[in-house]
Design a protein around this ligand. Structure first.
Ligand SMILES: [Zn+2]
Length: 320
């Protein structure tokens, strides 16, 4: 059962902000999950929305889509690794004050269920993953869905609809902001498509130690060679593992290797040289935005940067 079914639209309209919050709190206390997808329990008190996103990319989507006066906080900020986040008491305080929590889902925020429990947060949550059909990596769904503009379009629609139901009085403004964002998304997608579809078939294969770009590869017909676990950030790969990787890159004809901000750059340069691939001049931005003013300080900037970096590297000089 959801809060929406308990207190239907006419009843919700009847309840004042505070009364509705109390009704929601009692539902939560009785163990009822308060929200799923775009169902939203109650209108808000008359003040700007307080929105919390699990990480920087979702926070940016909220900033684009929510009313301009909304306060948006990312639990994991720019240039930080959400996979490895260790929640803090400050995170719990943000949850306690928020009106809505937006998470990615699909196991990306493994730390989030415990944080919500610790914060005893009765706040509604919406997951980006609810809007899309995930790709799979073996048996598990791949969480890195924000690298595909078509899926981000669906996520943006879900977020906007959730906000519209939360603050119906501003639904018109929210629909305008959604339309504006989707127009800019389409432009970035069309530019990327124009650049990447021109690549010959034998220039579409790339390698990056962070294998989080399967959605991007699928969206633009590229081929991401699956990384080996031994090149992860927290592991020093053995000489044998490096040799295996070089062989793999040679065998699969990988054209470009991307250095990852969180990985060992010197080692990647060596691997690229030994395998005959080129090291891309630009980095790819995977799981986080850059700080404001950086080359990927919004989702739109991140997509434009990554697809340009891929096109430049894959089009570059031939393999040696
Ligand atoms: Zn990742």
């Amino acid at each position: 059962m959801t809060a929406g079914r308990t207190a239907g639209p006419s009843r919700r309209a009847y309840l004042g902000g505070l009364a509705a919050q109390v009704a929601l709190a009692s539902l939560v206390a009785s163990g009822v999950t308060p929200i799923s997808r775009a169902a939203t329990p109650a209108p808000l008190p008359n003040r700007p929305l307080r929105l919390v996103a699990s990480f920087s990319i979702l926070a940016d989507l909220l900033r684009q889509l929510a009313p301009p006066d909304a306060e948006v906080h990312a639990l994991v900020g720019p240039e930080a690794d959400t996979h490895a986040h260790a929640p803090t008491p400050a995170d719990a305080r943000w949850l306690a004050q928020a009106d809505l929590l937006v998470a990615n889902g699909l196991g990306f925020e493994a730390w989030l269920p415990r944080l919500r429990e610790a914060a005893a947060a009765a706040l509604p949550m919406v997951s980006a993953a609810d809007a899309i059909e995930p790709l799979r990596r073996g048996a598990l769904p791949d969480p890195h869905l924000w690298h595909d503009p078509a899926r981000v379009r669906q996520v943006a629609q879900l977020l906007s609809l959730t906000l519209q139901r939360r603050i119906p009085a501003q639904a018109g403004l929210l629909r305008e902001r959604l339309a504006d964002f989707l127009m800019r998304l389409d432009r970035v997608d069309a530019d990327a498509r124009a650049r990447l579809t021109r690549l010959p078939d034998d220039q579409r294969r790339f390698y990056t130690p962070h294998g989080g770009y399967a959605y991007l590869a699928a969206a633009y017909g590229l081929d991401m060679v699956t990384p080996m676990a031994s090149t992860g950030a927290d592991l020093e790969p053995s000489a044998a593992a490096v040799a295996r990787l070089v062989t793999l890159l040679r065998k699969t004809g990988v054209r470009a290797v991307f250095v990852d901000a969180l990985r060992d750059e010197r080692l990647m340069r060596q691997i690229a040289q030994d395998s005959g691939a080129v090291v891309a001049r630009s980095r790819l931005h995977g799981d986080a935005l850059t700080r404001p003013g950086g080359e990927a300080d919004s989702w739109l900037a991140l997509m434009a940067h990554n697809t340009r970096a891929l096109a430049d590297a894959l089009r570059g000089p031939s393999r040696t």
